[in-house]
Design a protein around this ligand. Structure first.
Ligand code: NAP
Ligand code: F7E
Length: 378
């Protein structure tokens, strides 16, 4: 029997790293696309490097020839197109780059598959997004809800969604979109709101940060655990017919609720006062957290969260709530494998340990520098 060969664009990202682990465990040969950087950005997949069935290749979503050469060399049976400029706020500052990677990049992948003559043997998964619903026209959102993209990121992703549908119909290709709602984890980028909050909660609890500044705390999201969601990407490509699916938990929370829960897990009880730009999160008590030592009593009465206009967006998507009925029924997927409380706990626990470890490492570095300065020979 021939081996399953997966090509993952965006392998260094949150989802790419979890998906690589998932596919390797299923016996796949996994190939990932990486790009040159002056700093190490391969932290999320470092533990996989050296694994016999795991291979990395240089290419770029903005470089058609590199994609054609790579697809021709690897001859994948499945492509997971996860690469993207994925930060919505950044897409307002770099709209053209976002369109190049997130919109035209999808077309480049599809055309590379056709150019290599693999259009009837290679299945393609496109990382689509709940941001397509944008200024929502229906709550909750399902596969039939009209799209209303509300950022340069969402507009670019809408092109990706439609070009995939077009190639499915025009060329009879097995290509589909997973319309994934926000999914988070201990590997989430540090400027997305959930990770920004869990890291800040851990730092504040350990006396390493004074305050956290956030934007719109009333924004509502349907947050799931990334590790659960990569299974759906795979399931979507194992169906008889190519179809698009909404992947979500079916449960909605505000940014404020996420912050409350995260600080609680870090040992800090908050109460919120004021409204809009004047809203504040104040510490009312401290207790033993899920991991680590009790935060200092001196935090009680202090303002730990404030609102900053810097994190407001020119247009913001504020009411995302997914209906995962189709995924439950057709893919047999359980949207509640990890609950909201469990997700927050996983992330805070990880960040409490990370902050503690960083603090030890920094003390060791300082001591070492002092010894060297004093001329101590080690
Ligand atoms: P992420 O952590 O930001 O990872 C993005 C990946 O894309 C990184 O590996 C990045 O590589 C790569 N990339 C960016 N530009 C590239 C280029 N020009 N050429 C090649 N690779 C490039 O994103 P994620 O959270 O894992 O999300 C994965 C995908 O799902 C994205 O397409 C995102 O838009 C979509 N999505 C995410 C969510 C979510 O909640 N996480 C929800 C819906 C859809 P570097 O490491 O080199 O930067
Ligand atoms: O913002 C609000 C912000 O940046 C969530 C990407 O993976 O999911 C992600 O996009 C909400 C927004 O994620 C801050 O205004 C308040 O309403 O964590 P986020 P996102 O924009 O939902 C979708 C599904 C994707 O496809 C994307 O690739 O939180 N918010 N205060 C803040 N957001 C950030 N980043 N920082 C704040 O301080």
């Amino acid at each position: 029997m021939s081996k399953d060969i997966a090509l993952i664009t965006g392998v260094t990202g949150q989802d790419g790293s979890f998906l690589s682990e998932f596919l390797l465990a299923k016996g796949y040969e996994v190939h990932g696309v990486i790009r040159r950087s002056s700093v190490d950005y391969r932290e999320r997949i470092a533990h996989l490097e050296g694994t016999p069935c795991f291979h990395l290749h240089y290419a770029d979503m903005t470089d058609s020839m590199s994609m054609v050469k790579l697809v021709g060399k690897v001859k994948p049976t499945e492509i997971y197109n996860l690469a993207a400029q994925s930060h919505v706020q950044v897409s307002f500052d770099s709209p053209e780059f976002t369109a190049d990677v997130d919109a035209v990049g999808v077309l480049r992948v599809l055309e590379a598959v056709r150019a290599c003559g693999l259009e009837h043997t290679c299945r393609i998964y496109q990382a689509s997004t709940s941001e397509l619903y944008g200024k929502v026209e229906e709550v909750p959102q399902n596969e039939n809800t009209p799209f209303h993209p509300y950022s340069p990121y969402a507009v670019a992703k809408l092109y990706g969604y439609w070009i995939v549908k077009e190639y499915r119909e025009a060329y009879n290709m097995y290509c589909c979109s997973g319309i994934l709602f926000n999914h988070e984890s201990e590997r989430r980028g540090e400027t997305f709101v959930t990770r920004k909050i869990t890291l800040a909660a851990a730092r504040i609890a350990q006396g390493k940060q004074e305050k956290l500044f956030l934007g719109n705390m009333s924004s509502l999201r349907d947050w799931g655990y990334a590790k659960d969601y990569v299974e759906c990407m795979w399931l979507i490509l194992q169906q008889e017919k190519p179809e698009d699916f909404v992947i979500a938990t079916g449960v909605q929370h505000s940014v404020r609720e996420f912050a409350y829960q995260a600080f609680k897990a870090a040992g800090i009880e908050l109460k919120f006062e004021g409204e809009g730009l004047y809203e504040k999160g104040v510490c009312v008590s401290v207790h033993h957290p899920i991991v680590g030592v009790k935060p200092s009593e001196t935090l009680v009465g202090k303002v730990l969260i404030e609102v900053s206009e810097d994190f407001y967006r020119p247009t913001d998507v504020v009411n995302l709530w997914g209906d995962p009925t189709k995924a439950k029924t057709k893919l047999g997927w359980n949207p509640q494998t990890t609950t909201f409380d469990q997700l927050v706990e996983i992330m805070v626990k990880y960040d409490m340990q990370k902050v503690a470890a960083d603090s030890v490492a920094s003390t060791v570095r300082t001591n070492l520098a002092e010894y060297l300065e004093k001329g101590v020979v080690l």
